[in-house]
Design a protein around this ligand. Sequence first.
Ligand code: SAH
Length: 275
Amino acid sequence: MSTTGIEAGVGAHPGIGGAPVSHRPLGILAALPQELGDLIEAMRAESGVRTITHGQRDYHLGTVHGASCVVTLARVGKVAAAATVSALIHAFDVEAVVFTGVAGGVGAEVRVGDIVVANALLQHDLDASPLFPRFEVPLLGVSRFAADASLADRLAAACERFVAEEGTAAAERFGTREPRVHRGLIISGDQFVASATGVQALRDALPDALAVEMEGAAIAQVCYEYGVPCAVVRTISDTADDHAPGSFVSFLTEIAGTYSNAILKRFLESRGSPA
Ligand code: SAH
């Protein structure tokens, strides 16, 4: 696409010995500003930020924690997330996509303050049965979209380092238990799940689901269709029950940014510049 004017100079080009060198940036997404923490400020301090508005979203380009990135907000829900990640792929030519945000805990062992890194993502509200199996994306034949294994491993390693180095302090500061890092299935749908019956219905239908949110599986589907690696990390803001609205709001405003800063810093530093 020519609308952004960023295509020149972006993409693979011959490097030493003629081998292609990728200068493609990493796409970093969240739904809400609090979920990005201070990432854009850190980018501004490190490299300066170039902001391009496209499809009613602001895309921030620059280097942060040593990595070339495009950072943006998807807003809430599967359509918003799919539209945004599609733009990251087509207008900004990202090499891979990482989503960071909060989610409701669904798994029995998943508590507020824990972290879930997706191995796979599924749309729990997608149901074209009896024409297609429940949860399967019609005509694609997939219900569970795998996260990129090496990207998810590096994200989980960054989370583990955060917990080892700052987990006790975070738990004391926020009055949560010592955070744990879980890996497994994250489910997405266009509902904020906020009732004991609602979360139990999800557990019954999908016993291995660890967390529920509103964007991840849509991003994973688009990335799957275009062959772009993606990974999703979610901090647990609530347990998707009747306490969820209050728990979500206080976690989002008081805690989410601290977690996001700590995890993304470690992840991006370990990744370095894709060049
Ligand atoms: N704009 C509103 C609503 C946010 S909806 C606000 O700011 O208050 C909740 C967001 O957090 C979504 O992006 C979703 O991905 C995630 N989330 C957290 N807890 C959730 C839950 N219990 N059910 C569904 N999504 C949840």
